[in-house]
Design a protein around this ligand. Structure first.
Ligand SMILES: *Cc1c(COP(=O)(O)O)cnc(C)c1O
Length: 351
């Protein structure tokens, strides 16, 4: 199967599995797992923060980040379509009594600072206390401009807010910009990083921040059930990913670019401004939306088709695979008929 639904579908390869098999392990809740300790030290160094914490998922990493930043009755400002507002089952509200204040992101994925300023609550008994700004980098594949990161940092210092970056795909940003991770992370208090997307580890995320912050986060992680025992097996996969799969993300970006160009040449509407890091978005007509998914699936290609269809390139999709996708797409376009167009109104694909 050629799976373009997400970069979460990547599977650990032979070398990564070997690193897992060879992992030195201990009980990480006792602080005894040498592989987890090494991973957390390397992650701290890579992100330029004092400390890091290994967690099973990005959702839990963001939850623990929020629980550590905000107390009951406090609030975080976040994008309407941000993962840690939309796609984490309301965990911060349910488990932390933390109120989200969502706002619309701009076209480029940034949260406008003037809008943020307008939703910060004054110190008044009617209001939740605004504590934190959360931004997402990359957001829908878009790399937030460095300029903006710097401005958001200065803004949050002035407004006395903490700044958390959901950096599930922040390595895609650093690779796309050709800058070290620390160039981006100097402008945040804390960040989360997903190891199980384009980096290719089977499981795992990191939360990075000050030593004091991570000490508190470690307690929250235990409370929400994320204290793992011989987690070194997973940490070795993560270390392998950090050592071998970061620069490789550039191939995914090039592949997404190539795929966007090829599909556009077939007359597929690629949503402007085209491929961003490892993602592209297509606007498909209704008759194609209903037929594309099943038609491609029969031919070994997995796509989440919708009015806006997201395609994601990753470790387990090669340029050869994408050539096959383009060839099949051409065939699909040739066979599909638009209702009411010239052929007597016949609908659907014949064969
Ligand atoms: C995938 C993702 C997460 C975390 O997801 P998990 O599946 O829980 O690891 C968080 N934020 C963003 C932006 C993501 O894309």
């Amino acid at each position: 199967m050629i799976d373009l639904r997400s970069d979460t579908v990547t599977k650990p390869g032979k070398a990564m599995r070997q690193a897992m098999e060879d992992a030195a392990v201990g009980d990480d809740v006792y602080g005894d797992d040498p592989s987890v300790n090494q991973l957390e030290q390397e992650a701290a160094a890579l992100s330029g923060k004092e400390a890091a914490l290994f967690l099973p998922t990005g959702t839990q990493a963001n939850l623990v980040a929020l629980l550590t930043h905000c107390q009951r009755g406090e609030e975080y400002i976040v994008g309407q379509k941000a993962h840690n507002y939309m796609f984490e089952a309301g965990g911060a509200a349910v488990l932390g009594s933390i109120q989200p204040q969502p706002i619309d992101a701009a076209e480029d994925g940034t949260l406008p600072l003037d809008v943020i300023a307008s939703v910060i609550k004054p110190d008044d008994i009617h209001f939740a206390r605004t504590r934190l700004l959360c931004i997402e980098n990359t957001h829908n594949g878009k790399v937030l401009p460095l300029d903006y990161l710097h401005q958001a940092w200065a803004f949050t210092r002035k407004k006395k807010l903490a700044l958390h970056v959901d950096g599930a795909r922040i390595f895609n940003a650093s690779v796309a910009m050709r800058v070290p991770l620390t160039t981006l992370t100097q402008y945040c208090d804390t960040l989360t990083i997903c190891l199980s997307k384009g980096l290719g580890a089977p499981v795992g995320s990191l939360l990075c921040g000050s030593a004091e912050y991570i000490k508190q986060a470690r307690r929250w992680r235990k409370m929400v059930g994320g204290g793992m025992r011989q987690a070194g097996i997973l940490a070795q996969a993560a270390l392998y990913a950090l050592h071998h799969n970061v620069e490789r993300l550039r191939e995914d970006h090039d592949n997404a670019q190539w795929l966007a160009e090829q599909l556009a040449a077939l007359g597929v509407e690629v949503v402007s401004p085209g491929a961003q890091t490892n993602m592209l978005f297509l606007r498909l007509p209704a008759n194609e939306v209903s037929q594309l998914g099943p038609w491609m699936k029969q031919r070994g290609i997995l796509i989440n088709a919708g009015p806006i269809t997201r395609l994601v390139t990753h470790l387990d999709v090669s340029r050869e695979d994408l050539k096959r996708v383009v060839d099949l797409w051409r065939e699909f376009k040739g066979r599909i008929t638009t209702p009411g167009s010239g052929d007597g109104g016949a609908k659907g694909i014949y064969g």
